[in-house]
Design a protein around this ligand. Structure first.
Ligand SMILES: Nc1nc2c(c(=O)[nH]1)N[C@H]1C(S)=C(S)[C@@H](COP(=O)(O)OP(=O)(O)OC[C@H]3O[C@@H](n4cnc5c(=O)[nH]c(N)nc54)[C@H](O)[C@@H]3O)O[C@H]1N2
Ligand SMILES: Nc1nc2c(c(=O)[nH]1)N[C@H]1C(S)=C(S)[C@@H](COP(=O)(O)OP(=O)(O)OC[C@H]3O[C@@H](n4cnc5c(=O)[nH]c(N)nc54)[C@H](O)[C@@H]3O)O[C@H]1N2
Ligand code: SF4
Ligand SMILES: [Mo]
Length: 713
């Protein structure tokens, strides 16, 4: 029996875990109380890591489809097959004929963080898609335009602030996103204890909203109007004060002009938030000594996701809260170098998608158009698909259409531990080893952490000899994409040579740590199993900026050009029910529903309906309802809840485990319904190509219970 310390890879909070390991099994998981960052915090998902690790449905060998059935094959056979098929398709149809979809867990592994770039480069296809365009891409675009770097994303300095305004986020359930902050509930409690306050804007009284000083139930998709009205009020009431940031910002007058039509009175009824309330909120934000505004899923996966994401930062800047302690600050992780203060800036549209002409953003195309590219014949049609750590058959809008398209590709390979709704369409599945067998350093999420911290852990369980880890799998694919065959020299692919006592990933990480701002190394981190605290966040403007002007460009042209569309939407009347999403603490997108402890008890996938709406429509708690949208329909179980604003219904995503041909025994017994059978692949935020997953127009009708059949006498 041994104890091992590691970092939980499941969400963005990066909690330290203390694992009890017996032989090659995790037999207990505790929050690591000595972890310098998470101090013992643990949620039910982290606590189930042992069960996840030992899931009997987890694939342990590659599978290949032979005569329609999956069969286990050796790793060499699997890679040889992938090489033959992909090389032939590239030779005949060109590189764009191979599409790649990178899913969310790619950014949760060290291998994904280190190798996704070389993988994309070696494939050299225009048809690269990721989960970012059903998630945070609007924030990347807004940061690219404001600061010149898509990862230059400020995070609320929660431990030192006096006032937080949270929009479209439920960190009590999600544990924070683009905001690495273990134990949000504890930290917000501490904020209130020291006299601070937080306000939540959300059409649902979420767990976070329930704990807030004030909850403003907003009409879905209208945060953009609310935020513009707050900007309008800051100017109108002469509350704009950039503080120390003033010399580093251009474009303030442009923002003032853009916000002019959006007075609190003009937006109030559309947002469902009274004008007085908007004014009071704005004055409260401006008056707080230290404050931060934060927006997440409910502000990104919406019709005006990029403009709303930009406005979140605009408010932080106009109130002087950006880049100061207690405001919204830029972390300085141990693996990143300081900047130089200027750069090339950011543009989109370097190429366009073949079918819908949607612009490239950050080197990828919008995931909403993957089905178009597969299903539309002609030169450049996608013939093969590579998925890595993604479940697009459940996570992308209009997923019935995508699901049908997936069954038509000539060849599909998936790097994934499960035979699930997506990988059932694959010809070859390459399963990485479970979390216990991989080293971990959080390349992605330490860049959004509320303290500068660093931690590296080796695998808790010795990797099985001869079994490739995720890094080997991704690099062998890189070699195949590069035309070097299935047995390329993997070290050479990433510029390494010679012998070393360290793994390939450790060597690459080490180089980045040594050239980073704290001069750390992998060996130094190995000496500190509970992590290294590098201190509170510090001011980074102007060094962090990469705009051509060397300033924060507050009023970028693409944003200004989109504001007339916002104004038009404000003036267009709307009615009817709209659908939004939500997350539950015990689930993680589509792939933790196979862990029994996480799905037992009350059903998690329900349609939340406000009591008045339920009465009007004739829905009963626990009964079925039919939900229809432009693209499809589902039958969901109703949960009548006063937490929902009137006119809004909510279904979580990641469910719908009722597809034939998967191998997920527990999830199949708790299938739920797939909300993305309702969301619309034609609805996108044009600046970022991001899907509109919140604020979807739907009709809800009762389902007549089947007439009981009278037994024959
Ligand atoms: N309607 C609606 N749709 C949504 C959302 C929403 O709010 N509403 N949210 C969106 C968001 S924010 C996201 S991020 C996406 C997520 O969308 P995706 O990234 O497409 O899907 P996930 O559900 O995260 O599935 C992850 C896949 O990775 C596999 N996996 C797990 N661990 C590993 C690993 O270590 N290595 C590898 N190779 N594979 C692994 C799992 O088995 C699973 O197949 O969904 C989006 N879809
Ligand atoms: N437990 C758990 N944790 C997770 C995940 C998970 O699936 N489960 N997924 C991870 C991932 S990939 C991500 S991206 C993050 C997301 O992290 P969060 O953004 O915190 O996600 P949610 O918990 O879905 O909270 C979004 C909230 O926005 C509200 N909302 C919907 N539409 C609107 C709107 O138009 N305006 C406003 N103001 N609010 C709106 C919803 O009611 C919901 O309460 O969570 C991560 N953490
Ligand atoms: S909050 Fe996130 S990182 Fe922490 S234990 Fe839960 S799933 Fe893991
Ligand atoms: Mo996400």
């Amino acid at each position: 029996m041994r104890t091992a310390y590691t970092t939980c890879p499941l969400c963005e909070a990066t909690c330290g875990l203390e694992l009890t390991v017996e032989d090659d099994r995790i037999t207990a998981v505790r929050g690591d109380r000595k972890d310098t960052f998470s101090n013992g915090f643990l949620c039910p998902k982290g606590a189930s890591l042992g069960a996840l690790d030992a899931d009997p449905d987890r694939l342990r060998t590659p599978l290949a489809r032979r005569d329609g059935e999956f069969e286990p094959v050796s790793w060499d056979e699997a890679f040889t097959l992938v090489d033959e098929k992909l090389t032939a398709i590239i030779a005949e149809h060109g590189r764009d004929a191979v599409a790649m979809y990178l899913g969310n867990p790619t950014v949760h592994s060290l291998a994904g963080g280190l190798y996704a770039g070389v993988l994309r480069k070696a494939l050299d296809s225009r048809n690269v898609f990721t989960a970012a365009t059903v998630d945070q891409m609007p924030k990347h675009v807004s940061s690219g335009l404001l600061y010149g770097g898509i990862f230059t994303i400020p995070v609320p300095d929660i431990d030192r602030t006096d006032f937080l305004l949270l929009l479209g986020a439920d960190p009590f359930s999600s544990n924070g996103s683009l905001w690495t902050v273990p134990d949000v509930p504890g930290r917000l409690k501490a904020l209130r204890k020291r006299g601070g306050a937080f306000v939540v804007v959300d059409p649902r009284r979420s767990r976070t909203a329930a704990a807030a000083d004030r909850h403003l139930p907003i009409v879905p998709g209208t945060d953009v109007f609310l935020l513009l009205a707050m900007v309008n009020e800051l100017f109108a009431a002469d509350l704009v004060d950039l503080g120390a940031l003033a010399p580093h910002v251009t474009g303030v007058d442009g923002v003032r002009a853009l916000s002019e039509p959006f007075t609190p009175e003009a937006v109030a009824s559309r947002c469902g938030v009274a004008a007085d309330e908007i004014r009071a909120l704005t004055h409260r934000l401006a008056a707080a000594p230290r404050a931060a505004v934060y927006g997440r899923i409910g502000t990104t996966t919406v019709e005006f996701g990029t403009v709303a994401s930009w406005l979140v930062d605009v408010l932080n800047i106009l109130t002087g809260n950006l880049d100061r302690p207690g405001g919204a600050m830029f972390p300085l992780p141990a693996h990143m170098r300081r900047g130089t203060g200027t750069g090339k800036g950011f543009t989109t549209g370097r190429w366009h998608s073949r079918v819908r002409g949607l612009p490239e953003v950050a080197g990828e195309l919008p995931a909403v158009t993957l089905a178009d590219e597969i299903g539309t014949p002609g030169p450049g049609q996608v013939r093969a698909l590579v998925t890595v750590a993604g479940n697009p058959a459940l996570s992308l809008p209009n997923s019935a259409r995508l699901d049908a398209a997936l069954s038509t590709v000539d060849f599909m390979v998936s790097v994934d531990p499960y035979l699930n709704e997506t990988t059932r369409h694959a010809d070859v599945i390459l399963p990485p080893p479970p979390p216990s067998r991989r080293g971990h350093y959080d390349l992605a999420f330490l860049s959004f952490a509320v303290r500068n911290v660093a931690k590296y852990s080796r695998p808790a369980v010795e990797p099985t000899p001869g079994e490739p880890d995720e890094g080997d799998i991704l690099l062998r694919l890189t070699g195949i994409f590069a035309g070097l065959g299935p047995d390329a020299d993997l070290d050479a692919l990433v510029g390494l040579s010679g012998e070393s006592p360290h793994t390939r990933e450790e060597r690459l990480l080490d180089a980045r740590l040594r050239s980073g701002p704290y001069g750390l190394s992998v060996d130094a981190l190995l000496d500190q199993p509970h992590g290294v605290d590098l201190g509170p966040l510090t001011s980074r403007v102007p060094e962090i900026l990469r705009t051509p002007s060397g300033r924060i460009e507050l009023c970028p042209d693409p944003i200004a050009a989109d504001v007339p569309r916002v104004l038009e939407a404000l003036r267009t009347p709307v009615d009817g029910l709209v659908l939004v999403g939500r997350r539950h603490l015990r689930s993680n997108n589509s792939w933790l529903h196979n862990v029994p402890v996480l799905v037992k008890g009350k059903q998690l996938c329900t349609l939340l309906v406000n009591p008045d709406d339920a009465d009007r429509i004739g829905l009963v708690d626990g009964g079925p309802a039919r939900v229809t949208s432009r693209v499809g329909e589902v039958e969901a179980t109703v949960e009548v809840s006063a937490d929902m604003a009137a006119g809004v219904v909510s279904l979580p995503h990641g469910w719908g485990h009722d597809r034939p041909g998967t191998r997920l025994a527990t999830a199949e017994a708790h299938p739920g319904v797939n909300v993305n059978l309702l969301t619309d692949d034609l609805a996108v935020d044009p600046l970022s190509g991001t899907a509109v997953l919140n604020g979807v127009r739907v009709h809800v009708t009762p389902v007549q219970p089947a007439q009981p059949v009278q037994p024959a006498k």
